[in-house]
Ligand binder design. Structure first.
Ligand code: DC
Length: 213
């Protein structure tokens, strides 16, 4: 079973992906981490994340163990990720990594859940179930602010909101694989829902897809 989850930052994709993976016994891949790792490696190599050659070299050198670096969760990595993810060369290099994870999930799992921006549209167009998880900008910024503060980081609401707006615009307006729901995706607005409600709605949808598929 292959499940594709797409949507903007802080919409609740990661939480949902982990819960679905546990429920259905699937492996999970947060594909944003791949772009974050490439972005951060590009910065660490002393290059600009808009530099195609440097970012492509970082993507070629990417190893699964790089994905455990705690620095990937920070703002610097997020901003660099959003820049390298606009480069077609980088996207092409990461496509193989993502598809092979889905076709050969680790630890003998029965399938995989991948979450990102273009999983249902580009990476896994034949996924068994596609979800597009979204929420209003205000709600997503408030969630991100809470998450940052819980991690003991200083965060200012206006700055989080501005960064999120900029990232939304970059993700949605880029030429390659812009953020958009697949035609056959179930759109789930999480603005007024608890994590349990989101999970229940997703399980219902996936079960109906698998039954009819
Ligand atoms: O989900 P995230 O915040 O970790 O994603 C980091 C960046 O990577 C984000 O700006 C969009 C990009 N990304 C992408 O272009 N395609 C994906 N499948 C996943 C993330």
């Amino acid at each position: 079973m292959i499940i594709a989850i797409d949507g903007p930052a802080a919409a609740g994709k990661g939480t949902l992906a982990r819960r679905l993976a546990e429920h259905f016994g699937l492996a999970v891949l947060d594909t944003g981490l791949l772009y974050r790792a490439v972005g951060l490696a590009t910065l660490r190599a002393g290059a600009d994340p808009t530099d195609t050659n440097a970012a492509a070299a970082a993507a070629r050198a990417l190893a699964p163990e790089d994905l455990g670096d705690p620095a990937l969760r920070g703002d610097e990595a997020a901003s660099a990720a959003s820049k390298v993810s606009a480069l077609p060369e980088v996207r092409a290099l990461l496509l193989d990594f993502q598809r092979s994870f889905a076709s050969h999930p680790p630890d003998g799992a029965a399938g995989a859940v991948l979450d990102g921006r273009d999983i249902g549209t580009v990476v896994l167009p034949d996924a068994d179930a596609k979800l597009f998880v979204t929420a209003s900008l205000e709600v997503r910024a408030a969630r991100r602010l809470k998450e940052l503060r819980e991690r003991g980081l200083e965060a200012i609401h206006s700055r989080v909101l501005r960064d999120m707006k900029e990232r939304d615009a970059r993700d949605s307006n880029r030429d390659v694989s812009p953020l958009e729901p697949a035609k056959d995706a179930f759109v789930l607005d999480t603005s007024d829902k608890t994590a349990d409600e989101v999970f229940a709605a997703a399980v219902d949808f996936i079960s109906s897809q698998v039954r009819s598929g």
